[in-house]
Each structure stands twice: as C-alpha cells, then as structure tokens.
Design a protein around this ligand. Structure first.
Ligand SMILES: [Zn+2]
Length: 321
C-alpha cells in the first residue's frame, strides 16, 4: 500500500506524540527539535545571549510547534521539506530565489514538492526585521520556528519523494532514522559546536545544506536495505510497551547495526542543525545592526489554526521586493 506524505506524517506525529509522553527523553522528532534549539542558545555571544537564555524554555518547548500546526494551518506542511529528486537532473539549477522559482515552475508546483529552502530564506529576512524592530516576542517566535525548519533540512528523508521508504519497500524508515536511532544512541553524541559564526550568504548556505543533506539519502536507504537483508525476519522487530500500548519497533540488533553502518550520520546532522540554527540567529542580529535587546521573559504566540493561505504573513513566503 502506498502511503501519502500526509498519511506518513500523521503516523509519525502519532508516533511522536505518544513517545513525547513516554519516559524516554531520546527521540529525534520532538526531542531532537527541542534539544537543537536549546543547544543553539548556548552558543550565542553576550549581547544576544541574555534575551535568549531568559526565554530558553520557551524556545525549546515550542520547537515542535511547526509540526503540530502542519494539519491546522494552510500552507504549513510544505515548509518542512523539498523533494529535490522530483526535479531530476535540473535540481542543481533550481532558482535560489522564490520569485525566480515561481516564474520557472509556478507556485502550485513548487508547493507540491515542498518549499523548505525558499521559506527559510524568507524566515531569515523576517527575523532580521524583528531584530531591527527590537520586537522581543516576534524575535523569540521566529527564532524558535527557525530552529525547527533548520533541523528539518538536516534530515535526508525531508529532501526526497521517497520520504518514508514507500517507493522502495522500506516503510517506517523515516521514524527509524529520526526517532528510533536517537532514542537509542543520542545519549552518547557529542553535540557541542562552539561559538557562532557570521554567515555571509544565508541563501547560499541554506541551499548548500539542502544539497548536502540530500546526498545522504542513498546511504540512509541503501544501508537499511542491506542490514535488514542480513538479519532473519523474526529478529528485525521487537515489541515494547510504551504508555500501556504495545508498539512494534526495529529491534536493538537491527538498530545497532544500522547505526554503526551510518557511521555517525545522525550525530553529524544533529550537530550541523545546532550549528546552522545558532549561526543564522546571530547573522540576523548582526544584519539588523546588532541592536541592544531588552532582557525579559516573553511569550510564543502560535499561528492561528485553520487560517487560509494569503492571510498568514508569518508563514507564507512573500515575494522578494
Ligand atoms: Zn517539521
């Protein structure tokens, strides 16, 4: 049975919601998004750090909100991915700017295949503007969401049509890579990335990131296939009780061998997401003229549910001026 992207994501969300409530702190998805945002805050230099540290729980706890509103806010879902392989060999020549891409492919077609890199560029401009205005609640809201979108473009399966292995008989690989593996192994990851760096060309960096992430798709898919063939079928999965529900998960043996073959890929991608999140926050602040920021607690105001596209200035890609 072929799953649609929304079905797979609905499954994943259910899976993640269930895990979030469980006692295990380790999972990509919800746990990783929160952790990436939290770690990025620790990298900020003194002039920015006080506001972000004061609001670190808000920045971390709300890191998952963009996923929560995927089904309630029109136009949200496509911000989390881009199916680069949908463009074949011409993917390398995709216009880097939104207007150029719309002229070439049309907005509907772009949205169908995901708009993550274009949306993130717009998000950078908006956060820069929020810093310029010294609007603390908008800064915290946009920075929080930015961490989520940055993390998503570091997950290889967010850059392919075969996002859940549904085209190659590997259904479930999405949650396997981004939830099950970190759940088992993130405890031992070294995720400290050092001080932030200014990014000269955010758009170029975002696109480089997307292509680098996409280059990892082959190993994500092929290694899982190879490992699964080498393990007897009755040892591939195990059943665990989570919140009084029995769930079927990849066995420790399967996960261990896969994780070893991936040779640090999950750790590298998490680390890169922490690095880029902090670097982009810092770059926006520098480009806004390094404003002094009042240090006080603020709030995260989510986008209204059910709103139609066109009435969502925070989330809809705007044409370049
Ligand atoms: Zn997402």
């Amino acid at each position: 049975m072929t799953m649609t992207r929304s079905c797979a994501c609905a499954f994943l969300l259910f899976f993640l919601f269930r895990y979030e409530a469980s006692s295990s702190p380790f999972l990509w998805g919800f746990w990783a998004h929160k952790f990436i945002n939290r770690m990025a805050v620790y990298r900020l230099p003194p002039p920015m750090a006080p506001l972000f540290k004061k609001n670190i729980d808000i920045i971390s706890e709300n890191a998952v909100n963009p996923d929560r509103r995927r089904y309630s806010v029109v136009g949200e879902a496509e911000k989390h991915y881009i199916d680069l392989d949908a463009y074949g060999d011409s993917a390398a020549f995709l216009p880097r700017d939104w207007n150029g891409a719309v002229r070439k492919f049309g907005e509907d077609s772009l949205r169908k295949h995901g708009i993550a890199p274009w949306h993130l560029q717009q998000h950078v401009r908006r956060l820069t503007e929020a810093f310029r205005l010294k609007n603390r609640s908008l800064i915290i809201k946009l920075a929080t969401d930015m961490g989520h979108y940055v993390a998503d473009i570091h997950v290889p399966l967010h850059t392919t049509r075969n996002y859940n292995g549904q085209l190659t008989g590997q259904e479930g690989i999405h949650a396997f890579w981004e939830s099950r593996l970190p759940e088992l192994y993130a405890e031992n990851y070294d995720l400290w990335t050092g001080a932030v760096r200014y990014i000269e060309d955010p758009a170029e960096t975002i696109w480089e990131t997307v292509f680098r992430t996409h280059a990892g798709c082959d190993s994500v898919l092929q290694l899982e296939k190879k490992i699964s063939k080498g393990i007897p079928k009755d040892r591939l999965y195990s059943h665990e009780v989570r919140n009084n529900i029995i769930v079927k998960l990849q066995s420790g043996e399967f996960a261990g061998k896969y994780h070893k073959e991936l040779d640090g890929q999950v750790e590298r991608q998490m680390k890169a997401a922490i690095r880029l999140t902090g670097d982009l926050w810092y770059t926006c602040w520098v480009d806004a003229g390094q404003p002094e920021l009042e240090t006080s607690e603020t709030s995260y105001e989510d986008d209204p549910p059910g709103a139609a596209s066109g009435t969502l200035p925070l989330v809809r890609p705007e044409p370049d001026p």
